[in-house]
Ligand binder design. Structure first.
Ligand code: AMP
Length: 179
């Protein structure tokens, strides 16, 4: 096996985007790096391989890229969680909190069956508001959320703790200080 790389070096940081004071952690550079992308996916799926995962749920939009790869590796199905109005079939809708205000996300009503084992994924967890909404949607359909995984944690913002307080195991690969 080849030596692992430091995934933080594969992530591009863009100061003051999309607004002053925010450092945008851009994973397009990680996704475009064959070694880093493979390593990130391998590290994310490793603990889940023997758990009989039925579905991976990915949060729009970067969670789709990771989620598709994770689902393939686990032999699981993939389920999109999207911003409202994008899914064509009947949906369940959930409000979730953003830094300023709220928005709504949806899942197809028949995307998960009661009792199915689900992994939730996105590129980054900050406040945890987006992931919290996704956890509630998954549970509303009666599925079991086994774990939530993200490439990046911003621990000072507290999203991990928010999910853990809901009884959800959280796994992340790298951390960055600040917002
Ligand atoms: P939150 O709901 O606050 O946990 O925000 C998570 C969502 O917002 C994820 O889908 C991230 O892609 C995006 N996001 C939040 N903060 C950042 C950041 N500093 N850099 C890149 N994406 C971010």
């Amino acid at each position: 096996m080849s030596a692992s790389i430091d995934l933080t070096t594969a992530i591009r940081s863009i100061p003051d985007y999309p607004k002053p004071g925010i450092i945008f952690r851009d994973i397009t550079t990680l996704l475009g790096n064959a070694v880093a992308f493979r390593q990130a996916v391998d590290e994310l799926v490793a603990p889940y391989k023997a758990l009989g995962i039925d579905k991976v749920a990915g949060i729009e939009a970067r969670g789709f890229i990771l989620g598709g790869a994770l689902a393939h590796q686990l032999g699981a199905g993939f389920v999109p969680i999207r911003k409202k109005g994008k899914l064509p079939h009947q949906t369940v809708r959930m409000a979730y909190s953003l830094e300023y205000g709220t928005d709504e996300m949806e899942i197809h009503v028949d995307a998960l069956k009661p009792g199915e084992k689900v992994i939730l994924t996105d590129d980054l967890i900050a406040t945890g508001g987006t992931a919290e909404g996704a956890v509630k949607l998954i549970r509303q359909l009666g599925a079991e959320i086994v774990s939530a995984c993200f490439v990046i944690d911003l621990p000072e913002i507290g999203g991990r703790k928010k999910l853990e307080a809901l009884g959800v195991e959280v796994r992340t690969l790298v951390e960055f200080a600040g917002h």
